[in-house]
Design a protein around this ligand. Structure first.
Ligand code: PLP
Length: 509
């Protein structure tokens, strides 16, 4: 068995002390203040407001990995010191993930390469193969493509449940009444309900434990996409009661301050037990001859063929351990305060529409806010925030096209785009929004910088419009007509490598 009993973290410090600890961590992320040139000829530090795409690397965990790398060796070697130290540390990384998400012993944590996308694709394949008689999956209309397309690919039928509208007519959580009806309707044929814990478009949080309990009533499973929520909210796989336990949870290391780390599937062990692993090779077999091979029954080894991404896994383990000690309740409180501050400030801007429910009492939100300005396209706003103010945000559809179109009013309640989709959703003028999203490092001054910049854009839209042109490649993006900042002028991989080699050249005698 790979799992060891990790020493439980020491008893948590008082809540106020942990909030203070967040203050001490804020500045300790790589790339937080990187200077970039601006269109007005100045250079300034960036303001990073794109954490929903990927957040920045936590230096504390990086230091832990540097220490570990003194011992680096392959976990498939066994008897020398380095190999034994790495094997043990790798086990600790698995166990830390399991503890971080509050998973019981019935669950395993599997590192699986390509983030939540890899995890959900694998789980859709596994669950379709395990229970072929159950050929329906239910998901919602607020999903990232990663929690929609794999189910379409591997299930016979996928039902998309609509969302609740709040009293202002804005989209909130999944509509629990419609979900209950869909679950009952598909009963015996329902394999699983796949739902996001928090939307990457509106930031709205779903009641995943309530959903798990409903799915379990008909013998179906609950698969949770925690890509967006993991860095922002506490998560408990076990739930408050056995029928609320989540069967599968997937998360991405690059969205929880550990870029370069693998994704993780935390899932019930029995889901893999009778399943031939998708990937076979070294590290997972007990016996091999030219005729047969026997795969180990041990999890997670059985599902992790090949040499693991050890630095990435250790980075994730160290990051989660530190976050666990700070406490995700403190992280959540910190971010809620900043999100409320940002919502109020953005709401006060004339000509700005925020998408999704603003009512916390019916739709809790994480620090993800999407909006449009009435006078300017999303691609122009995003480029101008970068070029004139050094503010990094994301635009377009955030890999959630059905949801974004619906929020923009160019798809029906079932998420279907009109067949004569012309201007509003043509490839020349891709619809979209602008998204601001927060990490632990963001402060009110970052929000103020964004609000001031947006004020400037709304006060003189024509001035900006004259300086930009659409790229015209189907992305909905715009570029400055004159200002250019070629990426290679700031960082060039080959040049950086050559510089290192030159600086370390042998001195001629
Ligand atoms: N699910 C949600 C809600 C996301 O926001 C994302 C990425 O943005 C994903 C899934 C996919 O994550 P990854 O790109 O790490 O596979």
């Amino acid at each position: 068995m790979l799992h060891t009993q990790n020493a439980a973290p020491p008893a948590p410090a008082p809540f106020a002390a942990r909030r203070q600890q967040i203050e001490a961590l804020r500045g300790q992320f790589t790339g937080l203040n990187t200077p970039y040139p601006r269109a007005d000829g100045t250079t300034g530090p960036r303001v990073y407001l794109d954490s929903a795409a990927s957040n920045l690397r936590f230096q504390g965990a990086e230091a832990v990995v540097d220490e570990a790398m003194q011992h680096y060796a392959n976990t498939h070697s066994h008897l020398h010191h380095g190999a034994r130290i790495m094997t043990e540390a790798y086990k600790q990384a698995h166990e830390t993930v399991r503890q971080f998400v509050g998973a019981p012993e019935t669950h395993t944590a599997i590192f699986c390469g390509t983030g939540v996308t890899g995890g959900l694709n694998r789980m859709a394949r596994v669950l379709a193969a395990q229970r072929p008689e159950r050929d329906v999956a239910i998901t919602t209309l607020m999903e990232h493509h990663a929690n929609d397309l794999p189910h379409r690919k591997h299930m016979r039928e996928v039902v998309h449940v609509p969302l609740e509208m709040d009293p202002d007519g804005n989209a909130g959580r999944v509509d629990m009444h419609a979900l209950r009806t869909a679950i009952k309707e598909h009963g015996d044929r329902l394999n699983y309900v796949a739902v996001t814990a928090a939307s990457n478009v509106t930031g709205v949080v779903n009641p995943v434990h309530e959903i798990a309990a409903l799915a379990h009533e008909v013998g179906a499973l609950c698969v949770v996409d925690a890509a967006q929520s993991a860095a922002h909210l506490p998560i408990s796989v076990a739930g408050a009661a056995p029928n609320e336990a989540l069967d599968v949870v997937c998360l991405s290391g690059h969205k929880i301050y550990a870029p370069g780390s693998p994704g993780v599937i935390i899932a019930r062990k029995d889901l893999f037990e009778r399943h031939e692993p998708e990937v076979v090779g070294g590290g997972i077999v007990e016996f091999v001859d030219a005729k047969r091979y026997d795969v180990t029954p041990s999890l997670p080894e059985r599902e992790e063929a090949g040499t693991p991404n050890l630095p990435g896994s250790l980075l994730l383990g160290a990051t989660l351990r530190i976050l666990q000690r700070v406490g995700m309740d403190a992280v959540e409180a910190d971010e809620q305060a900043l999100t409320q501050y940002a919502m109020s400030a953005l709401n006060a801007l004339p000509g700005l529409t925020i998408y999704g429910s603003h009512r916390l009492e019916v739709a809790e939100r994480i620090g993800v806010i999407t909006f449009n300005l009435h006078d300017l396209p999303h691609g122009l706003v995003t480029a101008a925030l970068n070029d004139y103010f050094g503010i990094a945000v994301r635009n377009e559809c955030f890999c959630a096209q059905p949801f974004v179109r619906q929020l923009l009013g160019i798809a029906d309640a079932k998420g279907i785009a009109p067949s004569d989709c012309t201007d509003a959703c043509s490839t020349r003028a891709q619809p979209g929004m602008v998204r601001i999203s927060f990490g632990l490092y963001n402060t009110e001054s970052d929000v103020d910088a964004a609000v001031e910049a947006l004020q400037d854009l709304t006060s003189r839209p024509d001035w900006y419009r004259e300086r930009y042109r659409p790229v015209g490649d189907g992305s909905g993006d715009w570029v400055h007509t004159e200002f250019e900042a070629p990426p290679a002028a700031q960082f060039d991989l080959l040049d950086a490598s050559d510089r290192w080699l030159d600086a370390n050249a042998p001195t001629s005698s």
